[in-house]
Design a protein. Structure first.
Length: 369
């Protein structure tokens, strides 16, 4: 057995033991001595599994697809993301521990040096300071962006380029206040841009506000400010903005749009570079058990501040997706997606050479409980 196999083995053993501990603790608190579920238990266990097959027409080297963390492996049946989550909630305190595995973890947590850290999707505790005001601390889901980690919670199986290149998770403290039934605000102090292990002495700041002016319309603005340079190096200050909106047009049609804009100091100079992205999405319920969705997007990072391509024009890429859903049960999705890419440079590299265009076919089963 080589070292990689040893690490993979210890990773899986640790995950299994921790999952058993969570589920066992929750069961002990939610089932009484007669085997009857407790009526008002503060414990809850949930989880999900997303398995997939993806075919990338560039046939990427080593099967690892470029510029993505979702459906990361080419021509392979695998687990995109599996998680088990335990929640404890009372009127005064709350806590969440969620453990994870899958190729999404392999891709998105590669920079985290500790195997145990990679196991943790969420680990945070919170205290209520006043009515509608909570302070939470730990490893938290990101406050940025329209699309989230679990595919079943999104309209389309793969994530937009802007979602893949902004945080899925954050480590720090978050103050949440419900100003009214229509407005929620968040203030955050973080270790950095999607990192658990701190890389410098500076802390990053975040802010978010969500506004629901009507039942069918939701609006959100979120930002981030931080120094992305390692300790001992010249600062690389990043200031990032995200805006998104969701609108229910009819009982069958949902629309969404999102815009990103970022600005950062260039390494080794006083100059600043920018990147930006935009996305439009539509979701149509065809009838009971079936749905169709489409997404158009563009991501422009000419200075390669977020996406390194080592090409003259950086990552200036557009993408279009069509997604079909079969929904045999409320918590299960069978999905099929066709996604095309078009870039200014030949950034899609694989055994078929370097291309400006690419095509992805992917299908998945996703279950949430």
């Amino acid at each position: 057995m080589n070292m990689v196999q040893k690490h993979e083995g210890s990773y899986l053993i640790t995950l299994t033991l921790l999952c058993l501990l969570i589920s066992g603790a929750a069961k002990a608190q939610t089932i009484d001595s007669l085997g009857v579920p407790a009526k008002h238990s503060p414990f809850r266990v949930s989880g999900g599994l997303d398995v997939y097959y993806a075919y990338d027409f560039t046939k990427p080297f080593d099967q690892d697809r470029l510029y993505t963390t979702q459906a990361f492996r080419h021509n392979e049946f695998n687990i995109n993301w599996g998680f088990l989550r335990g929640d404890y909630t009372t009127e005064a305190v709350r806590a969440t521990l969620a453990l994870q595995t899958g190729t999404y973890v392999q891709a998105n947590y590669a920079a985290e040096p500790k195997e145990l850290t990679r196991l943790i999707a969420q680990a945070h505790a919170g205290v209520r300071l006043a009515k509608g005001v909570w302070l939470d601390m730990g490893i938290l889901p990101s406050h940025i962006g329209y699309e989230s980690t679990f595919s079943l919670d999104n309209e389309i199986y793969t994530r937009a380029l802007m979602a893949e290149n902004s945080p899925y998770f954050e480590a720090g403290a978050q103050l949440t206040g419900e100003v009214s039934d229509k407005v929620t605000i968040k203030f955050l102090v973080l270790n950095g841009w999607q990192i658990v292990r701190e890389t410098n002495e500076a802390k990053s700041l975040g802010f978010g506000i969500s506004y629901t002016p009507a039942e069918k319309l939701s609006l959100s603005y979120n930002n981030y400010y931080g120094n992305e340079a390692p300790e001992g190096m010249a600062p690389k200050r990043r200031f990032f903005h995200n805006v998104y909106a969701g609108y229910t047009l009819t009982d069958r049609i949902d629309l969404a749009g999102s815009v990103d804009y970022g600005r950062q100091e260039l390494f080794g100079s006083g100059e600043k570079g920018i990147w930006y992205a935009g996305m439009l999405l539509a979701h149509y319920r065809l009838g009971e058990g079936f749905a169709l969705a489409g997404r158009l997007e563009h991501y422009n990072d000419r200075k390669q501040l977020i996406v390194a391509t080592h090409t003259p024009n950086g990552f200036q890429t557009s993408s279009a997706s069509i997604n079909f859903d079969y929904i045999p049960a409320p918590n299960f999705l069978w999905r099929a997606e066709v996604r095309g890419y078009d870039s200014k440079d030949s950034v899609f590299r694989g055994r078929e050479g370097a291309r400006k265009k690419n095509l992805l076919l992917v299908t998945s089963f996703a279950l949430k409980f």
